[in-house]
Design a protein around this ligand. Sequence first.
Ligand SMILES: Nc1ncnc2c1ncn2[C@@H]1O[C@H](COP(=O)(O)OP(=O)(O)O)[C@@H](O)[C@H]1O
Ligand SMILES: [Mg+2]
Length: 279
Amino acid sequence: MSEKIVEVVHLTKTYESRGRRVEAIGDLDFTIERGDFTCIVGPSGAGKTTLLKCLAGLLAPTSGSVEVHGKRVTGPPASMAVVFQEYGRSLFPWRTVRGNVELPLKAKGLPARERAEKVQRALESVGLGDVGDAYPWQLSGGMQQRVAIARAVAYEPEVLLMDEPFAAVDAQTRADLEDLLRSLWRTLGLTVIFVTHDIEEAVYLGTRVLVLSSSPTFVLDDVPVTIGAERSQGETRVTAQFGELRTRVYDGIQQAKAHANPAAKAEPGSLSRSAVSQR
Ligand SMILES: Nc1ncnc2c1ncn2[C@@H]1O[C@H](COP(=O)(O)OP(=O)(O)O)[C@@H](O)[C@H]1O
Ligand SMILES: [Mg+2]
């Protein structure tokens, strides 16, 4: 049975500063259901980060709304946690790994003993059970990103938002982090919204891929990822089914890039419909 968690209703976002106007999000409408692993892809500058900030309540929409459990988002919802790309800047260097993971739990008002247990469990779940006393700067990039994931997971969010979280780590670490995230998603029953510019990563991770147009953004394609839940880096990526999904998402992005011109901006709906009718 499906249950709507997040609803994006005619969301638009225009940045205006010192006479410069950027229409980042044109018109977005979509729903996220409990347990979805939704990957959001689109060309660079497509408004992916802007969308994520609106979802996280960090940025107010220009019009339209984001609703969580039917309630309009006006600030960071307590049920969400966010992991950004720049893990280096998201961890406090003067706090230990444990201290970093514990911080949101303090903000939640949990007693010390409960905090300690949750922190330890989260660190173990990302394979960092024995580095709680280290400082973030003593760890590799991939380990730091795992600390950021542990912090989000310890908080026990209903919805985990991630903005290109693996973009800055090497390929092998990235593959490990992808599998780690999929296993956390399955065991904890999370709802994940994952922004990436990497088509293969989106298909490998998601239960669904939303393809965004160039700015002003709208949803160009909504691709159900029909691959089963058991996935493996070595085998899943070489199947015919994976190839077909990758091609469909790739074509969507090529189309988005090709139409990144004023004519497309004037009539976004026509592009959307033609993309859908090509299925
Ligand atoms: N704070 C801001 N002020 C003005 N323009 C911005 C701001 N943030 C992003 N933009 C513009 O909005 C558009 C979408 O940016 P962004 O959401 O970062 O895209 P993406 O994450 O898909 O690369 C870009 O044209 C970008 O230059
Ligand atoms: Mg971005």
